[in-house]
Design a protein around this ligand. Sequence first.
Ligand SMILES: Cc1cc2nc3c(=O)[nH]c(=O)nc-3n(C[C@H](O)[C@H](O)[C@H](O)COP(=O)(O)O)c2cc1C
Length: 174
Amino acid sequence: MTVFRLAVVCRSLAPERFGGTATAWFARQVDSRDDFKPDVIDLSATPLAELPGRIDQADAIVIVAPEYNHAYPGDLKTAIDAVREPWAAKPVAFLTYGGRSRGLRAAEQLRLVFAELHAVAIREGLSFHDVPGSFVNGDPTEPGTTEAATLLLNRLAWWSHTLREARTQTPYVL
Ligand SMILES: Cc1cc2nc3c(=O)[nH]c(=O)nc-3n(C[C@H](O)[C@H](O)[C@H](O)COP(=O)(O)O)c2cc1C
């Protein structure tokens, strides 16, 4: 069975940031499967020059992002802009969080950015509201969340397979 490399990109794993909690939970969902191997990229601990190589190695990407003032944070944009070609023809999904909004405005803005980068932003996403209160002991309390993660990963697996084959047969030229 092919094992796809899944880059899980988060801003920080620091305990005072919710992103670390969300990333740890999502990485456990990935670890419970045998079709993906996660590569957690902590942007706060990864030199920007290292980022293109890590994304180049990935078959798929999940971006973990909070909503700040109806957008995703500016430091995440700096990291996205530092990569360029390795995003192309790769599937991308978003795990977002925030207050009432669940980070959905951040996710919609990320879709626009990744379209420009020739990535394929998939329909399925994960979103959490009123964090950190909607997590207890590192797990989300909202019913259906594990199933939503499974569906997202199933879709990412389909796109990972399809786009890896397509890139192999016909190099994607920018
Ligand atoms: C400067 C700032 C702006 C925020 N703006 C929003 C917002 O527009 N919508 C929302 O739902 N939550 C908003 N929040 C709440 C954050 O999404 C929430 O606190 C989240 O846990 C922050 O993620 P982090 O701990 O990983 O940094 C904001 C928080 C901060 C600090």
